[in-house]
Design a protein around this ligand. Sequence first.
Ligand code: 8Z2
Length: 301
Amino acid sequence: MATLLRKAARVSLSGSLLSAGGRPGRLYALSYFGSNSRNSSTSSKVKVDLDNSSGIAVVKFQGPPVNSMGMDFLTEMAIGLDKLELDKNCRGIILTSAVPKVFSAGLDIMDMYGKTLEHYELFWRSVQDLWLKLYSSSKIMIAAINGASPAGGCLMALSCDYRILADNPRYKIGLNEAQLGIVAPFWFKDSMVNTVGYRIAEESIQFGVMYSPADALKIGLVDQVVPEDKVLSTAKEKMEKWFDIPDHARQISKSMMRKPTIDRMLANRETDIKNFVGFISKDSIQKSLEMYMAMLKMKKG
Ligand SMILES: CCCCCCCCC/C=C/C(=O)SCCNC(=O)CCNC(=O)[C@H](O)C(C)(C)COP(=O)(O)OP(=O)(O)OC[C@H]1O[C@@H](n2cnc3c(N)ncnc32)[C@H](O)[C@@H]1OP(=O)(O)O
């Protein structure tokens, strides 16, 4: 019986939960190498390590100093996720960071500052693409958050099925866009609402709150807070529990929960790009970003 259940659990629906109409990300060659039991791929910003025997892939961000989500990161993530989505040996994906103290600082501000309208359009489409791939993945996605996780970093965690945060008061998490003078787009907001509920999201997004681990746990922004050195091992243990559920049942359930949010984004995708380009290229918004970057540098010096 146990064997039968295990077998059933491995029956996987092919492809992500993405509805027809989702555009695939740009594809670049990324080499996979390794033995039968492990597939690893390393590119400059992301390392993917799939353990074929456990079915768990660890996707590590490795773009110091802060794993910001620039074009390279977005492209490499898209390639890595596409490959894992198609890989029958992979049942679950853990997102984590190889950079000390930072999970991800969110979108690379330099990709939103002083660039051409064409660049903003391409950049935003890539950000949308990554969210679609993460949010609609048919795999079990667990965020092992081992550092600060503002804005886009928080969005990646929100796109997962389960979030584990390291117990360090300096590792804050939240959608802090308002504090930069920018606005969390509707699908960032939807991801937050779907996780913590409307009322908390409403306050959280307007204030751009960055939550300590204790507060993030209290509002349900993360599911577990564990000692820093236990984040990855806890994620792997948790994954084993998720593996007990037959894949097809879990995937259909996940799709049922997430489809309306995904469809809303797909239906409004081009308008969202237009809004972003119009908004980010405004002089006043460029000035806000300039001041924010200067503030980050001052804090350092
Ligand atoms: C209508 C609707 C329309 C839509 C409207 C628009 C929607 C936009 C949605 C935006 C989503 C986002 O994700 S916006 C991004 C928001 N991100 C943030 O606010 C994070 C800011 N960063 C931090 O708080 C910190 O860096 C933190 C991550 C905690 C790490 O702190 P540390 O002390 O370890 O490191 P720091 O010294 O601060 O940073 C190291 C270097 O990295 C740089 N750096 C830090 N974050 C960076 C970032 N996101 N992009 C680029 N560079 C960054 C710093 O300037 C430093 O550069 P050097 O001095 O040169 O070394």
